[in-house]
Design a protein around this ligand. Sequence first.
Ligand SMILES: NC(=O)c1ccc[n+]([C@@H]2O[C@H](COP(=O)([O-])OP(=O)(O)OC[C@H]3O[C@@H](n4cnc5c(N)ncnc54)[C@H](O)[C@@H]3O)[C@@H](O)[C@H]2O)c1
Length: 423
Amino acid sequence: MVEKVKHTKEKKIRVGVIGVGRGQSFAQAANAVVGMELVALCDRWEERLREVGQRYGVATYTNYEKFLEHDMDAVILANYFHQHAPFAVKALEAGKHVMSETASNTTLTEGVALCRAVEKTGMTYMLAENYPFTVFSQEMRRLYHSGEIGEVTYAEGEYNHPMSPRDRLRISPGMKHWRAWLPSTYYCTHALAPLMYITDAMPVKVNALSIACREVDELTVRVADPGSVILCRMDNEAVFRIFGLLLPGHSNWYRVHGSRGAMEIIRGPGYFGPGKIRVWHEGWDLKPGEEAERVYTPDWPEHGDLARQAGHGGGDFWTNFHFANAIRSGEPPYFDVYRGVAMSSVGILAWKSALEDGHPFDMPNFKDENSRKQYENDHWSPWPEHAEPGQPPPSILGFLKPNPKGIELARQVWQEIGYHEEQ
Ligand SMILES: NC(=O)c1ccc[n+]([C@@H]2O[C@H](COP(=O)([O-])OP(=O)(O)OC[C@H]3O[C@@H](n4cnc5c(N)ncnc54)[C@H](O)[C@@H]3O)[C@@H](O)[C@H]2O)c1
């Protein structure tokens, strides 16, 4: 089941990265180990771009269109969270393969356009979801496909990542930065993608409730809610519960119940807890040789030495690895455009639901032109640059103003990091 790196005798894949914040992880991982070579960087923040460009010794661009003219095979999108789809479409149309950071699309119309662009151009597209590729998610996928816990009935994924106000402001420069406006359901892929990867299930219906606690954001400029719970009905009738995002009480955790047992990663201190897996069955349902309960530390299926050095529990190695293999083989990666767009659309539909106190919404079938055509003009969006009458707020409390204490701290922090726009 595990793929090998398919690059041994072949030409390196020349990669450009847009966004030199998170983009630096990709720049670092675009190396000979996965048969890639970093050739260009793009960012509007000139000072940071110059510094990072010099470190890697590659061409730098402040203009995306000019960057796309650079002689390269693939583009990695690590620009703003809510602006990936139009950048992806431009790159695909310029004949580049695309790997995009969270999320693939920020409106349903963008999701439809992205699927059509991938189909029209035939280029490789991958959503760079790294959380499915931790050692325990990969082990849970292996275990699930061995049939030991049967077919998934219910699963839970939690990506709840509180940070200090200073740290949050440092990575969110600007009153209109996407991290300040991000609705509580939109960053759902880190919680959902591992469950989809483990079970191969796809979401077909979504509902959600948002948790609005202003106290959590007293010292930031955030105008959206800090938490949400999403329920997804999956294509095999299973129910998945997704929890996030910034509520005190860090939790990055996954559990899968099946028709013959259950498995989870063990909860505990640390980013991913102790990294152990628990598998359990009912005593009356044990097969010969099966244990009622076991807890163990999983190992990597392969390339453990490389994965252990990478960020986000090894996930940052695997995303470049799978992207390179997909380009070389011509086979779509696991997190292809349809899974990327479906996961990102869970966040959008969940926000529609949260604003209607949990009303359920159907997921379009993005592979089916008849189904997706109904959404090709659905520009519903809570982002400030899409503001117009009829557009939704980023909080269930409506359009909020940041706390003056948060604004004061923000000005200080942004000055410290050399951010001078919009202050
Ligand atoms: N998968 C993960 O573990 C993980 C971790 C961190 C961030 N991310 C994702 O990475 C992306 C970037 O996040 P970030 O943390 O780097 O913060 P960020 O969004 O503030 O950084 C984006 C960078 O892109 C640049 N940029 C934006 N628009 C541009 C344009 N039109 N032309 C050129 N440059 C432009 C900005 O100047 C900035 O340096 C987001 O989608 C975020 O969700 C993922």
